[in-house]
Design a protein around this ligand. Structure first.
Ligand SMILES: Cc1cc2nc3c(=O)[nH]c(=O)nc-3n(C[C@H](O)[C@H](O)[C@H](O)COP(=O)(O)O)c2cc1C
Length: 494
């Protein structure tokens, strides 16, 4: 089931008891953060603050801070189903024989038809333009101050639309916007983001870049905007694919940019190509305050909105946070895309503790000497995985999600002198340990089994395993000894 708007999703959440309304007055400065974090920590409900002090609209937080709500937003029981759909889309193989050709052609045509039918629909009038405010005063919006030392209140969950001046193609990303003044915000698209790249292109032309920030739209479109969609794939088409129905787009009122018609509040304006202003500090995904840094300035020239909008915010910080829970879903959904480039990858875990970009554990079907290193280097060249500080490669049978098993393999199977691959390259702008911003070290750990073809001549030792016949006999014995079965638990894995 696709949700057309944030409102439709909130209604469904409320029906399911997964949205809690808070009717007592709450401050948008810090208090909403504290309540939101408590809900995220216990896998609690989405929150709707109906009486935010001094605000004319309710604030919603923790919208997608739970795997169950992410699945609902994407119309599936588990996000793995989306991965299967994407996997199906990518499986374009040469057909086997005439019958296979006819069958596969039918499949390919229906896939292409489906994709075409999911492309965005353009509309002329839109709920997000019911009210148009030319006298911009961002103070009218319940923009949150998330952490005590933040440099200002910040729009934390906007869908920011920019375009490539060469192709005119629109791109969406979630970039925070810290409030500078009544009509200016910091445009925090990090160095490696498409939004920052688009700005470099506009700057090269000496022109201001039109920008739109849509706050609060249907949850699948939000998910598409924060996803590392491969270059050349439109976030709007991806949103349609996730929703299983086309996304309605409307043109902005002051530029050629397109945006989701069902958004709640829209900030329209431009970013000057050369102007910079200090952004930060800001309590970031890392659990640290990001230090103040110069960022471009987003001048808001018009606000459009629904007649009775809802404001959507989120809180970043040390995980567990809403964005961290979203990160896990992104990891699952995009695994087939990684497998397209690296078919030897069995599974991958970007642990929450590693903030998704710091640590990757990958299991592979190893086929040749140095295979683990090939995988490391491929990942360091792939989308946002280029930022991964530690890539741990293990054999196919290792459960990458069991970090205790992974550490066991690293400790036992990786020789620091031989099996560490130290490289230097781009790192995430938020990364704190590198001496030079955006540039630093990364290490790959090859914790796979080694053979003589990799210089290991000692003969890899055999792992201890119990005789399966004994396991069966003990299971049978447990059948006669219920207390033993209850106290000693199930058959061990292996
Ligand atoms: C809640 C949240 C806040 C984010 N804030 C920022 C931000 O301020 N700056 C940024 O560059 N990326 C931020 N991101 C990450 C981007 O949205 C993400 O990398 C996305 O894939 C956009 O990348 P792209 O513009 O390169 O396509 C945030 C993500 C989430 C979920």
């Amino acid at each position: 089931m696709a949700f057309d708007s944030l409102g439709a999703f909130l209604e469904e959440l409320e029906r399911r008891g997964d949205l809690l309304r808070i009717r007592t007055a709450v401050s948008r400065d810090l208090e909403i953060t504290e309540i939101t974090q408590r809900s995220v920590r216990v896998d609690g409900p989405a929150l709707r603050f109906d009486a935010v002090t001094g605000a004319s609209m309710p604030v919603v937080t923790n919208l997608l801070g739970s795997p169950r709500r992410i699945a609902l937003a994407l119309g599936v029981k588990s996000v793995d189903e989306v991965a299967v759909r994407i996997g199906g889309l990518l499986r374009l193989r040469p057909p086997a024989g005439l019958l296979g050709a006819i069958r596969d052609l039918g499949g390919t045509i229906s896939t292409l038809e489906t994709l075409r039918s999911l492309g965005p629909k353009r509309v002329r009038s839109a709920p997000c333009q019911e009210v148009v405010e030319d006298e911009v005063d961002l103070g009218r919006l319940p923009i949150l101050r998330c952490w005590p030392k933040d440099g200002g209140r910040t729009v934390t969950f906007p869908i920011v639309v920019t375009s490539d001046p060469e192709t005119g193609e629109c791109h969406t990303g979630v970039y925070r916007l810290q409030q500078y003044g009544p009509d200016t915000l910091g445009f925090h698209a990090q160095l490696h983001r498409v939004g920052a790249n688009n700005l470099r292109k506009w700057a090269a032309l000496g022109k201001p870049m039109p920008v739109v920030a849509a706050i609060g739209c249907d949850p699948a479109t939000l998910f598409a905007a924060l996803s590392p969609v491969p270059e050349g794939v439109s976030n709007f088409v991806f949103a349609g694919f996730l929703r299983g129905s086309p996304l309605e787009l409307v043109k902005a009122t002051t530029s050629e940019l397109e945006l989701p018609a069902q958004s709640e509040v829209v900030l329209e304006g431009f970013v000057d190509p050369v102007e910079r202003s200090l952004e930060g500090p800001f309590g970031d995904h890392t659990g640290y305050y990001s230090a103040p840094e110069p960022f471009p300035v987003f001048h808001v020239t018009r606000v459009t909105r629904r007649a009775s909008p809802v404001y959507l915010g989120t809180v970043t910080g040390r995980p567990p946070t809403e964005d961290a829970i979203l990160g896990k879903a992104v990891e699952r959904v995009f695994l087939p895309v990684i497998r397209l480039v690296l078919p030897e990858v069995v599974d991958m875990n970007l642990p929450l503790e590693g903030l998704f970009i710091n640590v990757a554990v990958v299991s592979i079907r190893k086929q040749f000497p140095g295979h683990a290193r090939k995988v490391m280097h491929a990942l360091w060249g792939l989308g946002q995985l280029i930022f991964t500080r530690y890539v741990i490669v293990v054999d196919a049978e290792v459960n990458v999600h069991d970090l205790s098993e992974v550490l066991y393999r690293v400790g036992l199977q990786a020789d620091p002198e031989e099996d560490f691959e130290l490289v230097h390259g781009p790192v995430d702008q938020l990364s704190v340990s590198n001496r030079i911003p955006n540039l630093g070290g990364k290490v790959g750990i090859d914790a796979t089994r080694k053979g003589p073809d990799e210089g290991y001549d000692r003969g890899w030792p055999e792992e201890i395993r119990m005789d399966p016949a004994v396991l069966d006999r003990v299971e049978a014995l447990f059948g006669h000894e219920p207390e033993l079965k209850r106290r000693l638990g199930a058959r061990p894995p292996g």
